[in-house]
Design a protein around this ligand. Sequence first.
Ligand code: GLU
Length: 439
Amino acid sequence: MKLRFAPSPTGRLHVGNARVALINWLYARQQGGSFLLRMDDTDEERSTAAFAEGIEADLRWLGLSWDEFARQSDRYQRYEEAAERLKQAGRLYPCYETPEELSLKRKALLNAGRPPIYDRAALGLSDQQRAAFEAEGRRPHWRFKLAHEAIEWTDLVRGPQHFEGEKLSDPVLIREDGRPLYTLSSVVDDAELGVTHVIRGEDHVANTAVQAQLFQALGAEVPAFGHLPLLTDAEGKGLSKRLGSLSLEALREEGVEAMTLNAYLAALGTPEAAPAVASLSELLTHFDLSRYGRATPKFDPSDLKLLNARILHHTPFEAVAERLPGLDPQTWEAIRPNLETLQEASAWLAICHAPIAPNIEEPDFTLEAARFLPPEPWSEETWGEWTSALKQATGRKGKQLFLPLRLALTGLDHGPELKALLPLIGRERADKRLRGETA
Ligand code: GLU
């Protein structure tokens, strides 16, 4: 089995196309197949090398490794050869209509209450008529002659699909400047690079009907197809306008972990809730392509945020150690239950291991508390022993007892459990902070 992800490098990855990449990757890895990354960069006006590099960086961030890489701009010759074969077989024909002429034809058909299907007028041109167009300086674009027969496949997501060849326009495969269009280049690549399963967005369903015939016309095996419904926002509106803020780059900056996005995107559109997994291999054990249905999945950033916290609460030290210099396993254990983003960890790391200014609201009480601090060594029991003694001595309890201690020890009124923080802060700093000193 070979799966592929075929982005057009006309922008960075956003949650919509990242989800397609992820599902292809998971399916490939689960089935023991291989995964191809293909840059569909034949749109030379809009594609850039920087976007292509950015997409690779985004995929690496997600952890989606590829076994093979291809770039369509390296393969123009293959498309020309395929076009030549189609011409020889009488399946590719030159057309000379201008965009204006085509638009008039479409309007006329629509006005007459008929579907705007290309009328194949160019098929009836004589050699002389073609020569006359050429003499006027017109260059032809080339259309694929569809067979007028039923086109059927069992979609991996949508189930049985049925199209009629005669209800589709013969698609343009070559533009008048000679450049191949996606419909052709994609099929040539899928065929020649041995792609067996094409999973993509449902905006491509009609392309698939056409492409299925193109595979056959080129003598290639038709791959299996799956079309995933496109994501909407939490209100059910299309994401297209918000894709900038939903780029992987933007989400990463907001503190969304790669695994949060993977787990969230893999669960969207299935009946399962996103699992709080810490690795792609764990996510693989939850993956089941047959769970994706036709209902429109809603992308809800607030769910993403909650999942991010849940995942951080389970993330092992080894998975974050490199990103937080100075972090030790014990501190990680103490602070992770309180994190919403990993960025917040640095502040807690500093509170445990660097000088901070305490927040003293009741100096008499915190001074007394300092005198009650037990001698080291300290453990997670220390907090309980110390505060019970204080409770007895002062008669304070609950918030009255704990809040001034928290403010003095951490400078903040909220945070991880103090029984875990106290041994990390250590007696010397704790004593000074309780006395109002920066320590
Ligand atoms: N480059 C196409 C796109 O981004 C690929 C579609 C496909 O997977 O075939 O829409």
